[in-house]
Design a protein. Structure first.
Length: 305
């Protein structure tokens, strides 16, 4: 890998269509901006259409001729995820890369529309379903990739199979770590299944280190919110730096399926993109298979390879 890699190293993306979830702020916004700057058509999937259109206008003010398409997508509602995917399939919208970026971080216990714990539901189940439903379009893509955005906190995660919704015991940090651990299990299992099927789609993991975004401020409450606000100001790197890991995973020619991209600094908190390693337990193929099969049952989506 070239070091240090920056957004200036992004190759021309003209002719590619890239779907980014959570595209109106933070990492998703920066990712959308830089991809548009390099000529990609960006499908900006957002929960709030007004904020999404405002974000698109900000990008257009910086990138003349930016090709942006704002799409409404509430990942806390699997029915809407399925309708969103059906719409893209019906339109035969080309998709070369899916960037599973949107997330919820450490809110008080709450549930999705279908009754799943919010962080597990949005961060993992919704992106599992979206990926599975869009595999048909990705198969026909140009250098197709699925980028799953995790966190260094996945290293503290485990899957609470006997208490997935936190009914018996809910810890906002523990359940965030669970969802990010699930992201890594999913990304690596997706890689195994794509390879087994002989498909050219690459499944790549990325994490942004400790980057200052709205994610840390929109979920936590009370003292945790205060801690996150202070940390964003004093300890975190910028969203622009954090997004480099997503951008490298999305565009760099040398990234292989199954690899994990994260910051090269101390403890992977800051820095430029490099290849990092998931926690050893995330490489457990049997655990990943168990989570995959559970995800199929919970979402009603069985990806076809």
């Amino acid at each position: 890998m070239m070091t240090p890699w920056t957004a200036e190293n992004i190759l021309d993306q003209s002719g590619r269509t890239i779907l980014v979830t959570g595209a109106n702020s933070g990492l998703g916004y920066v990712t959308s901006l830089e991809l548009a700057r390099r000529g990609a058509r960006v499908l900006m999937a957002v929960r709030d259409e007004t904020k999404g259109r405002q974000a698109a206008e900000r990008i257009r003010s910086q990138v003349r001729g930016a090709r942006l398409d704002v799409r409404l997508l509430d990942l806390a509602d699997l029915d809407q995820v399925k309708a969103f995917a059906r719409g893209l399939l019906a339109e035969r919208t080309p998709i070369d890369v899916l960037v599973n970026n949107a997330g919820i971080m450490m809110p008080p216990r709450s549930l999705t529309r279908q009754g799943f714990e919010l962080q597990f539901g949005v961060n993992h189940l919704a992106h599992f379903a979206l990926t599975g439903l869009l595999l048909e379009r990705l198969k026909a893509g140009r250098d197709p990739r699925v980028i799953t955005v995790s966190s260094d906190l996945h290293k503290r995660g485990t899957i609470h199979f006997d208490d997935l919704d936190g009914t018996r015991h809910y810890g906002r940090v523990a359940f965030y770590a669970q969802s990010k651990f699930a992201n890594v299990l999913f990304g690596l299992e997706l890689d195994r299944r794509l390879r087994s099927a002989g498909l050219p789609i690459r499944s790549i993991l990325a994490h942004p280190g400790y980057s200052a975004t709205n994610l840390q401020l929109s979920g936590p409450t009370g003292l945790l919110h205060l801690f996150m606000r202070i940390g964003n100001r004093l300890l975190a790197q910028s969203a622009e730096m954090g997004a480099l890991n997503l951008l490298y995973a999305t565009t760099a020619p040398d990234v292989e399926s199954g690899q994990f991209i994260g910051p090269d600094g101390r403890n992977e908190k800051k820095g430029h993109p490099t290849f990092v390693q998931p926690v050893a337990s995330a490489r457990d193929a049997e655990l990943a298979r168990k989570l995959w099969e559970l995800s199929e049952r919970l979402t009603g989506v069985s990806p076809t390879f």
